[in-house]
Design a protein around this ligand. Structure first.
Ligand SMILES: C[S@@+](CC[C@H](N)C(=O)[O-])C[C@H]1O[C@@H](n2cnc3c(N)ncnc32)[C@H](O)[C@@H]1O
Length: 318
């Protein structure tokens, strides 16, 4: 990936990324990371074929002995919680907290991926990246500062021994220089409301794109007319780090102000407990516990329950 960046004329950024990755890994070197690394090294030496299946699973499959599969299942369990998926590893169905395949189905027909380079900011374990590659993307670079998700990506890569152009770096949007202009498509899903400065987040997405590059943005919105904004007093659906939830009209204005045009709302969906739920692969609380038990149109704090909008836009020619 770093060679590709250098060849594409982004050598300075490649060097910065390498340094930033080393820093993250050094700082975290004595915590969970060491444990995850050991578990990763101990994974069975098997090599499967990776495919994005029509039923939405990202599958790694191939011949496997029953006892190796049992061992693999318990190895995969050590990388819980698995939030984004589903995956299928040698017949083991990783039933993740989210039916992310539903989100993929909402976006797949609205983004041009064939031979495109993609940046996925806040990509989680890279689930969408596998689908985007299968849909023809020439390269996917994911960013996610949460190391467990980066390790989950490495697990899938190791099991498939895949030398595919799909990387997940343990970094956040702050690693994006102002005027990078390196990618054909930039995706940011489920990140904007976590940022204390949504405008700076959008500016960094805009700066990551080549001229006329395409943005896919998915975020929480409020179902309100005109330009309105919800800033929760404290937690929102038990999440501590939710800052700004705009109406679609306000979000569209934010996009226009940060260098985008041709803004289209391609989907608006209320999140249900069928899409986000606890499973044995994510045994903590999930959406059902975050909603008012008497009135599921409200969060437990009394705010409107989660609605997510997906928008596409193009970076203006400047
Ligand atoms: C709600 S999840 C969304 C994951 C995936 N994009 C999806 O739509 O299913 C938000 C992700 O953003 C990551 N994240 C948090 N802060 C971030 C930042 N500053 N830059 C990039 N990613 C960030 C989190 O670690 C988490 O994986």
């Amino acid at each position: 990936m770093f060679d590709w960046l250098r060849e594409a004329g982004h050598g300075a950024w490649a060097d910065q990324l390498l340094q930033a990755c080393h820093q993250v890994i050094d700082v975290n070197g004595h915590g969970h990371l060491e444990h995850w690394r050991r578990c990763w090294q101990a994974l069975p030496e098997i090599c499967g074929r990776l495919a994005a299946a029509d039923d939405g699973r990202v599958a790694v499959n191939g011949p496997i002995a029953a006892e190796v599969r049992d061992q693999l299942r318990s190895d995969l369990m050590t990388f819980r919680p698995w939030r984004k998926g589903p995956f299928d590893c040698f017949g083991i169905h990783i039933d993740t907290e989210w039916r992310s395949d539903w989100k993929w189905n909402r976006m797949r027909n609205h983004v041009e991926l064939r031979d495109r380079t993609v940046l996925d900011v806040g990509c989680g374990n890279g689930y969408f990246g596998w689908h985007m590659l299968a849909a023809g993307a020439s390269r996917v670079v994911g960013l996610d500062p949460f190391l467990l998700f980066v390790m989950q990506h490495e697990v899938i890569r190791k099991l498939s021994r895949s030398d595919v152009p799909h990387d997940v770096l343990p970094l956040g949007d702050d690693c994006l220089p102002k005027r990078l202009h390196a990618f054909d498509v930039t995706v940011s899903m489920g990140v904007l409301y976590h940022r204390t400065s949504p405008i700076e987040h959008l500016q960094s997405l805009s700066g990551s794109l080549k001229r006329d590059g395409q943005l896919v943005l998915e975020t929480l919105v409020i179902d309100a007319k005109g330009e309105q904004l919800l800033m929760p007093e404290g937690r929102y659906a038990k999440m501590r780090n939710v800052w700004f939830i705009p109406s679609v009209a306000l979000l569209t204005k934010w996009l226009r102000r940060t260098g985008f045009h041709e803004v289209k709302v391609v989907n608006m969906t209320a999140t249900t407990t069928a899409e986000q739920r606890s499973t044995e692969w994510m045994a903590f609380e999930s959406l059902a516990d975050f909603l008012d038990p008497e009135d599921s149109s409200k969060t437990i704090e009394g705010y409107p329950a989660p609605i997510r909008a997906m928008l596409t836009a193009r970076r203006k020619q400047i």
